[in-house]
Design a protein around this ligand. Structure first.
Ligand code: GLU
Length: 268
């Protein structure tokens, strides 16, 4: 039984036309239900509110970027969380919505409050479905993206593993479209992949590989294993967490003390 934080990006949950991919979302819920049936405690950090809202409403007048985020996230978050609610209910699994802001992770009362909220949900077997409260977040004080948010939650609850699901298999040695590029399979503590990272981003969300790499490095250094994998791959979570593991390509950041244990086991 372990604590697993799973972050699903907007690009995983939307189709090429920008609409919510309900089949994908439903499959991820099935897989989380499988993890839960093994006794794992899961926190789901799900993006997709803005993308989801955009598909729901055509606006007549031009909106600035803040207005767009506020309007579309307000509409989209309801749709997103309703879907999760219905799908988890098929498994008799309770989920609860947690909308949060960066200031809730600053040391002190707010941090303790936020942690208490996660703990009481996990303790009562409720899956927290977390997103940034985009309707009230102020641009300068926002999380860089939901990868950063998921990393903060993983550290807050002392997770064993953080899984960042994106629309590519992991961090590549070059341009993912170049057939010569390969996925970097294991990243040891202290190792930086900065020279390999492309700064380009997908269109759907705010994140990108640069920030995934940064979050993964910080979180793995704090003792939590981090996996970057392709959320569009069928049964990605089942393949990752089955024993033996499925034949799946992904990037793993080895957690700091885990590597020390490996070294100790090897007599180093
Ligand atoms: N909170 C945003 C949403 O749900 C996504 C942020 C991100 O792309 O990381 O639409």
């Amino acid at each position: 039984m372990s604590r697993i934080v799973i972050k699903v990006g907007s690009n995983v949950l939307t189709t090429a036309s920008g609409k919510l991919d309900i089949t994908r979302l439903s499959s991820l819920v099935d897989q989380i239900a499988w993890l839960k049936s093994r006794g794992d405690k899961v926190v789901l950090v799900s993006s997709g509110a803005v993308a989801c809202g955009r598909g729901e409403l055509k606006v007549e007048n031009a909106l600035d970027s803040v207005e767009q985020r506020q309007l579309f996230s307000a509409i989209g978050q309801v749709k997103l969380v309703n879907l999760y609610y219905d799908l988890f209910r098929e498994y008799n699994i309770h989920m609860g919505q947690v909308l949060t802001m960066k200031e809730n992770f600053e040391p002190g009362e707010q941090f303790n409050n936020q942690r208490q909220c996660m703990e009481v949900m996990l303790h009562n077997d409720v899956i927290p479905v977390v997103n940034e409260n985009d309707t009230v977040s102020v641009t300068e004080l926002m999380f860089t993206d939901n990868d950063e948010l998921a990393g903060l939650i993983a550290r807050m609850i002392g997770a064993e593993t953080l899984v960042l699901l994106s629309n590519i298999d992991g961090i590549y040695t070059g341009d993912p479209k170049d057939p010569e590029s390969k996925v970097i399979r294991k990243v040891l503590p202290g190792e930086s992949l900065e020279q390999y990272i492309q700064s380009s981003k997908s269109s759907a969300g705010r994140g990108g590989m640069e920030s995934k790499h940064h979050t993964a490095r910080v979180v793995a250094d704090s003792g939590i294993r981090v996996i970057i994998a392709n959320g569009k791959r069928e049964n990605v979570l089942i393949e990752l967490f089955s024993e033996p593991q499925g034949d799946i390509v992904f990037t793993e950041f080895v957690a700091k003390q885990q590597a020390t244990e490996v070294a100790a086991n090897n007599g180093n």
